[in-house]
Design a protein. Structure first.
Length: 159
């Protein structure tokens, strides 16, 4: 994985102790987040976690360093992203610099009646449906009489 600003890899305390002096030059100690290793790329597929770091030798030449440690030594990997607010700390928000224009009239108050269709006056175009509770016994849905078996003309096969 390539992070835009890299990754912070946090190790278990026992892992730092086991790795000893070999890892100390690469560990950064931050008073807020603690000891971690900063890397540009990380590959977590497999039993070893491969971390790629870019640095500069004392002679001034750029180097790319790859380090692999057992996955069981890593407590957490955090992606470092800049340009945005992240986390649970206190925040300050800048006021919006752009004021959006009003594009419509204000909505009617909630007490206003809802109008789904235009008002056409009383009972214009209204059709009342008869109230039914279901077909009567001895008739089909259309009301045709049924014979003794409950069959109707609608469901009898034609000869």
């Amino acid at each position: 994985m390539k992070g835009r600003d890299g990754y912070a890899v946090f190790f278990f305390p026992q892992a730092l102790e086991a790795l000893g002096e070999a890892i100390k030059p690469y560990i950064q100690d931050n008073p807020v987040v603690g000891q971690h290793l900063s890397c540009d790329e990380i590959d977590t597929g497999g039993g070893l976690i491969e971390m790629t770091m870019k640095g500069r030798m004392p002679t001034g030449e750029d180097v790319t360093l790859e380090m692999m440690v057992p996955a069981s030594m890593v407590r957490m990997v955090v992606s470092r992203q800049s340009g945005g607010m992240f986390g649970f700390g206190p925040r300050t928000y800048d006021e919006a610099t752009t004021v959006l224009p009003v594009i419509a009239a204000p909505a009617p108050p909630a007490a206003a009646p809802a109008h789904a269709v235009p008002d056409a006056g009383p009972d214009v175009g209204a059709v009342e449906a008869p109230v039914t509770t279901g077909p009567d016994v001895g008739t089909d849905v259309a009301g045709a009489p049924a014979d003794a078996t409950g069959s109707t003309a609608a469901n009898k096969p034609s000869p």
